[in-house]
Structures are given as structure tokens and as C-alpha cells.
Ligand binder design. Structure first.
Ligand code: DAH
Length: 339
């Protein structure tokens, strides 16, 4: 009988080792250790054994039962661990995969330049004012002292939304809107988008940005205008940059000047960028025409002022060596990604 027990143990242990599920293990438990199981069957045979053999066989059977119990438990734990491993593997993260990078947005080069220009004037005590891009005729021209049918209107050809409503052709319109709501001293800069019916080429676009400046106070002279723009030019392009003023005409300033900077590339010597003139035209300026001040109700005996307007595209092109204005409005990420 001891042989039988040993054989049963070998068989049972092999079966347990081969079992690959909880259910299979449970089946084996019932088969060997259950109420009608094989081990119990052996116990029942004990009674028919000679008395002196019973203790040894009994002990062997007890050991068999206990051993199988332990094996079953061990195998059950093994299967559970394997299950857990499989579950972990199934939703594992492959940490060797390269990460997905997030695209980080940044300022458009035009707006970045505009911010820098504005920051210089903030440092000089100016504050920022904005105005509507869709304007009426009065603020666009009449209040800026444009006589009807004046040739200066030709430069301001723009897009009309109605007989009296148009896309502003210059930020100078905001001079009027600001002064209508302010008493001197006025010290403002106006960044903003303008529109003109220009034929698009490498240096012209129907949409562009300007930065307007206006200062009205007692005793303001042309010298203040020159000093202010000199400081701006040096802050923007370095100590060696200087400003050239030449006579020009704008209806809303008297006298008026064309504003040019010494070429940022050749510093005035003459090169391809400045067409060998040594200077780069960047905008217009002048002493505010008394008609304009009177139009908004200012006392022209007491107050004088200066104003200027510069193109933001031009500055941006100079700073970054960009040779085609259309790139700014192309939406081409290969271009924009460089800044
Ligand atoms: N608005 C003018 C233009 O677009 C530039 C300009 C000239 C602005 C003289 C001014 C100024 O404020 O005083 O051509």
C-alpha cells in the first residue's frame, strides 16, 4: 500500500505541475482530496490493514494529503503571479519610444518687432492706444486736414465698405479718436493694422502694420520730435544708427518730414539694401498742423505737438534680413518657424 501511495503522490504532483488554470487545480483538489477523493479512499482502506502496518500507512497518507495541499496552493500562487505579469505586460508603456513633442506657439515676427518698438516708447513715457480698423471718412481724412480731391488722397486709396466707411489706410486716424477723448498732455503710440489698395510685390502689401506716435503739450517743438526719434532709432538698431529728416508733405503736419534711418547694414556707406543711398526710408513725421488740433477743440495758442508714423514690416525686414514682405502673410510655417 505504501507503493500505491508513492505512485499516487508522483501522479498527483505531475498533474498539479501541469495544471494551467484555477479550474484545473480545483478539479485535482476534488479528485485527490475531496470527500470522495482518492486519498480519502485510501484512508478508508486503513481499517483492513494489519494493525501493526496502520501507523506507518496512516502517517504516509497524512503526509500525502498535506503535501498535495501545499503543492496545490503553491501552484495556485504561481498561476496568479503569471496572470498579474500578463496583465502588466498587456498595458505596459514602452519607455524606449521617443516622446511626442508639443508644438509651442510663439509671436509672429511682425508682432514681436511691434512689441519691441512699443516697449521703447513706453520707456519714454508714451502710452498705448488702439482704434478701429474700419473707419469713417471723417476720422480718416476730414479731421486729418485732407481737403477733398487733394492729390495726397491718392496715396491713401483703400477699401471702402460703403460711401463713408472704409478700412483705415493709416494709424493716423487714431490721433483724432484719442484727442477727442483726452485733454493735453497727450503722449500716445498706436500700433495697428492698415490697408491700402496697393499692388502686392516684394515691398508692398494690401495689409500692413504701422506704429503711430503723437505728443501734444505746451511748448513742443520739432527738436522734441527729432530727439525722440533719434533715441528710438538708437534703442532699436544700436548707438551708430541715426535719423535723417527731409522735407515732405502730409496734410495733418506742418512742417512735415520724411523719416529715414542710416542703413543698418552699411551704416550709411551705401549698399544693395539701401540702393546705395546710405539711408532707409521708414515713415513720416512732423509738427501737428494747428487745423488738426483746433478740429478736436484744443487751444492752438497754448498747445503744439508732433506726430510720426512708421512701418513695422520695414523694421522687421531690416532686423532679420527678410527680402520679401509677402512672407509675413504667407502662413508658411517653414518661414515662421525660424523666429
Ligand atoms: N500716416 C502716414 C503714412 O501712412 C505717416 C505719417 C506721416 C504719420 C506723418 C504721422 C505723421 O503721424 O505726422 O504715410
Amino acid at each position: 500500500m505504501l507503493d500505491e501511495i508513492a505512485l499516487m503522490q508522483t501522479e498527483a504532483e505531475a498533474a498539479i505541475a501541469a495544471a494551467d488554470s484555477e479550474a484545473a487545480l480545483e478539479e485535482l483538489r476534488v479528485k485527490y482530496l475531496g470527500r470522495n477523493g482518492l486519498v480519502r479512499g485510501q484512508f478508508q482502506k486503513l481499517g483492513s490493514l494489519p494493525k501493526e502496518d496502520r501507523p506507518a500507512v496512516g502517517a504516509a497518507l497524512n503526509q500525502l494529503a498535506k503535501g498535495l495541499e501545499e503543492r496545490l496552493e503553491a501552484r495556485r500562487a504561481e498561476l496568479a503571479a503569471a496572470d498579474a505579469d500578463r496583465a502588466l505586460l498587456a498595458d505596459a508603456i514602452d519607455i524606449t519610444l521617443p516622446g511626442r513633442s508639443h508644438r509651442v506657439g510663439k509671436r509672429h515676427p511682425l508682432l514681436a518687432t511691434l512689441d519691441e518698438m512699443v516697449a521703447i516708447f513706453l520707456g519714454l513715457g508714451f502710452r498705448v492706444v488702439e482704434g478701429p480698423e474700419v473707419e469713417d471718412y471723417y476720422h480718416s481724412f476730414t479731421a486729418l486736414n485732407y481737403p477733398e480731391y487733394h492729390p495726397a488722397m491718392d496715396e491713401q486709396m483703400t477699401f471702402y465698405c460703403g460711401p463713408d466707411v472704409l478700412l483705415r489706410s493709416q494709424t493716423s486716424t487714431v490721433q483724432i479718436r484719442a484727442m477727442e477723448h483726452m485733454e493735453p498732455p497727450v503722449r500716445i503710440v498706436v500700433p495697428g493694422r492698415c490697408y491700402r489698395r496697393d499692388t502686392v510685390d516684394a515691398t508692398h502689401c494690401h495689409t500692413f502694420y504701422q506704429l503711430e506716435g503723437l505728443l501734444v503739450d505746451e511748448g513742443v517743438t520739432f527738436a522734441d520730435l527729432k530727439g525722440t526719434l533719434e533715441i528710438f532709432a538708437r534703442e532699436m538698431f544700436g548707438e551708430r544708427c541715426h535719423v535723417r529728416f527731409r522735407p515732405d508733405f502730409f496734410p495733418f503736419t506742418e512742417p512735415s518730414a520724411e523719416v529715414a534711418l542710416s542703413c543698418t547694414l552699411c551704416e550709411g556707406g551705401g549698399c544693395r539694401v539701401c540702393s546705395n543711398t546710405g539711408y532707409l526710408e521708414v515713415g513720416g513725421a512732423g509738427e501737428v498742423d494747428p487745423n488738426v488740433l483746433a478740429g478736436v477743440g484744443y487751444d492752438t495758442d497754448k498747445y503744439t505737438g508732433f506726430a510720426f508714423g512708421v512701418g513695422v514690416e520695414r523694421f522687421t525686414m531690416l532686423r532679420h534680413g527678410i527680402d520679401d514682405i509677402r512672407l509675413f502673410y504667407s502662413g508658411d510655417m517653414r518661414f515662421l518657424g525660424q523666429f
